[in-house]
Design a protein around this ligand. Structure first.
Ligand SMILES: [Zn+2]
Length: 169
């Protein structure tokens, strides 16, 4: 019944309400994404044309300043690996897990000290790029000049600094 009256209400108010993003029943809201990174977040989650649930993307939310992106995904929760990968391109993001319209878990993403099996090494001669079954492992550091994250391969010492999204597997 509650749903019915809400629907009637939005009919009265016309299209304006329909444009608003509805609360999701089960899924994940990723908030405070670095502006411009929403599509990269979806790439990390491999949410693309074959994903059939509702996905809402808000880019440059928060008024004219546009200080964040937001992604809402119905029917999908994130693995730890996915959260770690997102932290590399959007360290200030928060992940909220929604079940039955309630936020059951809300948290700021923490950038891990190291990441395993998430990023591909830039060095073609790195042992992780050979036929050996070795998982990649990078220490997360800071690119002090640019105040962005940098990753150092523990096997070959290669350092990744620019556009980490292109190295995420
Ligand atoms: Zn390497």
């Amino acid at each position: 019944m509650a749903n019915e009256s809400t629907d009637k209400n939005s009919d009265k108010h016309g299209d304006k309400n329909n444009l608003r993003i509805k609360a999701i029943e089960n899924g994940t809201v990723i908030d405070h994404i670095t502006p411009g990174q929403a599509l990269n977040v979806l790439n990390i989650l491999r949410v693309g044309a074959n994903f059939t649930n509702t996905v809402s993307i808000v880019m440059n939310a928060g008024g004219s300043r546009g200080d964040k992106d937001v992604v809402k995904i119905e029917g999908r929760e994130l693995t730890e690996k996915e959260v770690n990968a997102i932290s590399l391109i959007s360290p200030k993001a928060t992940v909220n897990i929604i079940r039955d319209f309630e936020v059951v878990q809300k948290g700021k993403i923490e950038t891990p000290d190291s990441v395993c099996g998430i990023v591909k090494c830039i060095n073609p001669n790195c042992i992780t790029n050979s036929s050996e079954p070795i998982e990649t492992r990078f220490v997360v550091t800071e690119n002090e000049k640019k105040k962005t994250l940098a990753l150092r391969c523990v096997f070959c010492e290669s350092v990744l600094t620019e556009d980490l999204i292109q190295f995420i597997e």
